[in-house]
Ligand binder design. Sequence first.
Ligand code: 26Q
Length: 860
Amino acid sequence: MNTKRFVKSSLCPELTDIPPLGIDETTLARAFRHYYTNHLGRDKSCNLLHYAYESLALVVRDRLMERWKKTRYAYEDSGGKRAYYLSLEFLMGRSLGNSILNLGLDEEITEAMNRVCLDFEELADAEQDAGLGNGGLGRLAACFLDSCATLQLPVQGYGIRYEYGMFRQRIQDGFQVEEPDHWLGADNRWEIERPEYAQRVKFGGRSEFYTDHNGASRCRWVDTRDVLAYPYDVPIPGHQNGTVNTLRLWKAGATAEFDLGEFNSGDYPGSVAAKNEAEKITMVLYPNDASENGKDLRLRQQYFLASASLQDILDKWVVTRGSDLSSFAENNCFQLNDTHPSCAVAELMRLLMDEQHLEWDAAWDITRSTMAYTNHTLLPEALEKWPVRLFEQLLPRLLEIIYEINARFLREVAARWPGDMERQQRMSIIEEGAEPQVRMAFLAIVGSFSVNGVAELHSRLLQEGLFRDFFELWPEKFNNKTNGVTQRRWLAWCNKELSSLISDSIGNEWVTDLAQLTQLKQLATDETFQQRWQQVKFANKQQLAELVKTECDVDFDPHAMFDVQVKRIHEYKRQLLNVLHVIHLYDRIKRGDCEDWTPRCVLIGGKAAPGYAIAKLIIKLINNVAKVVNNDPEVGDKLKVAFLPNYRVSAMERICPGTDLSEQISTAGKEASGTGNMKFMMNGALTIGTLDGANIEIREEVGEENFFLFGLTAAEVEEQRRNYDPKAIIAADENLSRVMQLLESGHFSQFERGIFAPIVGAIGNRYDPWLVAADFTSYVAMQEQVSQAYRDQQSWTRMSILNTASSGKFSTDRTMQEYNAEIWKLKPIAAQPVGKSTVDPARALNGLVNAEQVPAAVES
Ligand code: 26Q
């Protein structure tokens, strides 16, 4: 990219001030034809859906662009505080449908497409998912951005533009096979490249200490191998409010010296290799895989994101406000999405001291009042640590700063608990041992003013367990922010039928104020409303059955109960428990114990990390069980089982509207929050679940009589571990004995003798961390109650309505208002409406908090 600039310093307005684009059907249809014909060069001889999708994407993008500019200007003019969401993952999914919904153009676009004989939904369905995330944490970031734009909060996302997103999953002979997801293969219409804001990120080298012209001793990081960071901006439209926020994703590229240096030494292949080395940094999203821990490329990614983003923000500060940083902290806040970007703590210190020439104390004050850390896991093995040796090689200057942060911090610990050496060792950012490690969570806590968990139970367990020492030292830093999901994507867009029914009954304010759904409670016992609710669910189940037929070649009868578990495959999420129940149902049918039977269709989907052998074996087991069950004529329609390949955001948009029963069955104390549980609830599914993560709050909201609870509590789990005897549990439960017998006998592995031995072993192991056997009996008993409950369709429908009606708390609009009131403290800023295209500004801001009505920030 040639980055030569205009000679004139400011551009003439004739170039950039353009009248607003039309949004009526005629103009939209004309714009569509223009792109299809003149821009993409297609005509009637081409019938590829892809080009029609591209044309519509361009039409919509034009309309986003003008609102985007106005939003930027409004934020700049306000000079107000901004927040930045730093995340290695943004699981955006598709953009076209969401943009159209948020621009309020669905009717116009539908009509415009009809005029050119195309079906808008079919075009929207042609888009590939942007799969730049693993699961919950990445999708949460995407929902947060949607809510911030809708609340008109000046929040910008910073992430990485991976060339390859989350791998595609194929199932071959029942096994997971991973394929690369080269989602950027074609043009991406939802980004604009901004080489004019490229940044330089350093790696390697060494520190050099020197005395500056004022006699102050300073440090500079020299002899580095630099990489360039190129920003790509993605528009994030708010809901019908004229706001378009920004997600800035960085792509790595080689510097000119890289090429030149090697080229001049006559080493042409060497120069190409250097370029590859740089570009490798943003090549691929790491799957959440314990076997990948400690890989240096991952640390490079993390530092690359932190450094490029912080430099970007500091540069803008210096350009617009000069080098005085005394009010920087009042104006900026960085939210760290888990420890993944937590290098930012040390990097901000480095930039402030080495580049902006602040003293330690001033830099530390700024760092500690701008950084906020969100934790997303309680699993100790998931806590990030990096070998000191790796830091030394890759980021020597950062390591020095981390040592200094730690030394000062440990002095504080020593002052608080004099002589308690054990505590100092426990709390040290550096873990001593044969291979000393940097504990990233501790760095994040020490460097932040706020530390939060993602559901009430999770936040409490952090304070009592993992971060107990830190909670004792700084109780005021700790807080909870229960997760949510955006109802724009997860109800209004993905479940049009139910949305219309809801809006016909209570109006459409729920789209920006989900608490409005409580009004549905009065309708829960209304028979006509129940009937309409049932009809919608049935239609959605027909659609889901179609998906299952196409993807899995299994026949789901929409009259049966649709029992669904979709999420990453992990032992703690206990897909195994689900399979054991399926095998138990199969066993009952085979022994003729099926009076008053409730037919069930069990759907399971999710990706296993490529290096996680037992998780992959669980997928194989699900597929083998499905094969046996689905092909047994004795079973017939009583039970069907399917494994849905390549679970992703756009699949969930089809799955959650058609689900009756949501499986949230993790070992209590292990699922930080869960967000799939919220999507299902919102769409009228009932939950069978443990007292874990946000399930607890879901049950509180909907009432215990409308939630199927089973299993040990988090405290009981820890108690049970002490003398856990799964073999005795199996022996004592006739059903479980029979299930284990079927597994061991090779009934589901006829021509693959013994392949499930590791699973049988894991269930019977006294040290099974997930206590699968311990919860089997109560799970099966509760599943029986679910079956009974489903037989009373009227009562089930009432409970279904109550679930949707009680889901108001689980909107990310509420979550973002809480982050803002208690952590960020930003003022909402409304952008100038674009012509008439924001519809009617009064309607546009309807139901939204605006600048004058900002909730008083809660002082901590
Ligand atoms: C770590 C090191 C190296 C490579 C990858 C990773 C890595 C990547 C992704 C580690 C963890 C993740 C993702 C974690 C995650 O999705 N956690 C989920 O976050 C949700 C949002 O808060 C919660 O609802 C879920 O309970 C939690 O499991």
